[in-house]
Design a binder for this molecule. Structure first.
Ligand code: SF4
Length: 294
């Protein structure tokens, strides 16, 4: 990866040496440290405005604790939560880039970051339940861009466990979609550590809908869908969710969710898959872009 240099965002170290600008293990360790210890500005500012608006006394205390926690983690470079998550990476890269090399760099970096940051070794064999350390999940996407973009997206179990998929029928329509999303948030209650971000994927095959729901969480909080009707649906769902009185950490109040993000894909004329992926208040993500200097 010698021809690639960090061009846009070396989020943590702001290093100036040539070696540190290359895509290597340190790039990924820095990226993970940024994601784990420094909540993105858009999420923090949405939590601040929830605190300003929250009327429920216990809800306000919870939000204040969350905001204090965010500042403490940033100032002391410590993880925002004891559950440092399953380490999902999204890699966008040009055709012809060596995928195996990127995978190796990420694998080695995750092993080191588990010791250095430190991260809780969260991966286990799913049947035997033996601990495996941290095994990153990497989703690659080919682009025509002349850069590699890597996003670290640690995902905690409390929120991930509340994921749901419904294979609705076209006859269920918009009413069925809304009902399923609201019911999923209601059923989740305080388990996903609200205020949450509600990721929704509509369309495609069953796995497409789930993927879209998770990818919807990568959008900045406060950025509505570029499609007007979808944006309108996001706004109405958010209002309804925040009237459920689940509140911060499930202890009551109007700040149940900070945003609803919907992504869609075409689907079979006989299908209407809808997936929900919830994200907790610790909406951790960091991105680095590395440009090809050739
Ligand atoms: S759901 Fe999020 S905030 Fe809650 S314990 Fe898990 S990672 Fe931490």
């Amino acid at each position: 990866m010698d021809s690639y240099r960090i061009s846009e965002f070396n989020p943590y170290t702001q290093s100036t040496t040539e070696e540190d600008k290359m895509l290597n293990e340190k790039t990924i360790i820095d990226l993970l440290k940024k994601a784990e210890c420094d909540l993105p500005e858009d999420v923090e500012s949405a939590l601040e405005s929830a605190f300003e608006k929250e009327q429920n006394k216990i809800g306000r205390i919870q939000l204040k604790n969350i905001l204090d926690n965010i500042r403490y983690a940033r100032e002391n470079s410590v993880p925002l939560c004891q559950d440092t998550g399953i380490l999902r990476f999204y890699v966008r890269m040009a055709k012809g880039t060596d995928q195996n090399e990127i995978r190796d760099i990420i694998n080695r970096a995750v092993e080191k970051a588990t010791e250095d940051i430190p991260l809780r070794p969260n991966s286990v064999d799913s049947l035997k339940r033996d601990n495996l350390g941290n095994i990153p999940e990497i989703e690659f996407e080919l682009t025509t861009d002349k850069f590699i973009e890597i996003t670290a997206f640690p995902k905690g179990a409390g929120a991930e466990n509340m994921s749901a998929l419904a294979m609705l029928t076209p006859a269920d329509g918009l009413g069925g979609i809304k009902k399923f999303i609201i019911e999923t948030v209601k059923k989740a209650g305080g388990n996903p550590c609200p205020p949450t971000i509600v990721g929704v994927g509509i369309g495609g095959l069953s796995d497409t809908a789930m993927k879209l729901a998770k990818r919807a969480l990568l959008r900045k909080v406060g950025n509505p869908s570029p499609d007007r009707e979808t944006a309108d649906l996001e706004r109405k769902l958010l209002e309804e969710i925040n009237s459920l009185e689940i509140g911060p950490m499930g202890l009551g109040g109007n700040s149940t969710s900070l945003a609803v993000h919907i992504e869609t894909a075409p689907c079979h004329t006989g299908s209407l898959p809808v997936a929900v992926n919830l994200q907790c208040w610790a909406d951790r993500r960091a991105t680095v872009r590395i440009s090809d200097t050739n």
